[in-house]
Design a protein around this ligand. Structure first.
Ligand code: S3P
Length: 180
């Protein structure tokens, strides 16, 4: 099994880095938000609006339980809130090597300024929201990860290299080789 899963906060670069890794490794790339949008036939924002966050969280868990996860060699980027459910953290670790892209609030605010596609950041004081969500989520991302990579101030290519280098080293040391 050589599945790579990227987790982390909104704006951490999961999709950008995931696509880059997939290209480098010649693996297919998947993104849970896109899979859900494809199945539901509407955007994540619309799902939140029409069905609420809990229903969306249920759809995230269903996606992880799909038979496609058993196919060989892919890179997956998952929505920022998906690893908050304990069941999801377990499912992720069962199906691949989980890489946490750790990002600081300032970077998130810079990258997502003017973004309207994230329902959890709409309206009100965005900085307060990002601080509070990051504060609550940080430990759970770490708990759900096999590898942690700090992304602030780095280009996607550097982050991709770091991940690949980490995998080679870890594989060499045999620590996560059972998953690779
Ligand atoms: C969410 C993150 C989003 C998307 C939804 C909820 C979250 O994905 O799943 O808006 O709870 O952090 P990205 O992390 O890809 O932005």
């Amino acid at each position: 099994m050589k599945h790579i899963i990227l987790i982390g906060f909104m704006g951490a670069g999961k999709t950008t880095v995931g696509k880059l890794l997939a290209r480098r490794l010649r693996y297919p790339f998947f993104d849970t938000d896109q899979l859900i949008e494809g199945q539901a036939g509407m955007s994540v924002s619309r799902i939140f609006e029409l069905m609420g966050e809990e229903k969306f969280r249920g759809l995230e868990t269903e996606i992880l339980k799909g038979s496609w996860t058993r196919e060989e060699n892919w890179v997956l980027s998952v929505g920022g809130g998906l690893p908050m459910r304990e069941e999801n953290r377990r499912l992720l670790k069962d199906i691949g090597v989980v890489v946490y892209l750790r990002v600081q609030a300032d970077t998130v605010l810079e990258r997502l300024a003017g973004d309207t596609s994230r329902p959890l950041l709409k309206g009100g004081n965005v900085r307060e929201r990002v601080d509070s969500l990051l504060g609550r989520r940080g430990a759970l991302y770490e708990e759900g990860a096999d590898v942690v990579v700090d992304v602030d101030g780095k280009r996607p290519e550097e982050i991709g290299e770091e991940i690949l280098w980490g995998f080679r080293r870890e594989t060499h040391l045999g620590q996560i080789s059972r998953k690779l």
